[in-house]
Design a protein around this ligand. Structure first.
Ligand SMILES: [Zn+2]
Length: 128
């Protein structure tokens, strides 16, 4: 499953990030996912529960910002893409069809919210 691989990747990156920042836990994860990615937010959330089990990211809340698809024309105008109408799209300003993808393929981990370790819990990290 595509979403499972995605959820595992998110979990790995978030756990690494939390470790580097010596966080006690991850509370929130902010993602930006383009509409053309074919990724269902609901399934990413479900698989993330599984992928993050037993890690510092377990129980973190996923906030998914969906970015709609759009194309840009040679004239500079940006035209939104309607789902299911990707083949017959033309510029809404000039009707041109020489279009480049402008948005909708994003897949970005925007940020994470962490719970810091309490004073007594601080681990000592030896310096290499
Ligand atoms: Zn145009």
């Amino acid at each position: 499953m595509h979403e499972l691989a995605v959820a595992k990747r998110i979990a790995r990156v978030v756990v690494d990030c939390a470790r580097q920042n010596r966080a006690a836990g991850v509370t929130d994860i902010y993602l930006r996912i383009g509409a053309l990615r074919g990724i269902t937010g609901e399934w990413v959330r479900r698989y993330f529960v599984y992928a993050s089990r037993g890690t510092v990211a377990e129980g973190a809340l996923l906030h998914i910002d969906r970015v709609p698809g759009s194309v840009i024309c040679r004239c500079g105008a940006v035209t939104p893409l309607e789902p299911g109408h990707l083949d017959d799209v033309a510029c809404r300003e000039c009707g041109g069809t020489e279009l480049r993808l402008w948005s909708g393929r994003e897949f970005t981990l925007v940020g994470i919210g962490v719970r810091e370790k309490g004073g007594l819990e601080n681990e000592r990290h030896p310096i290499d």
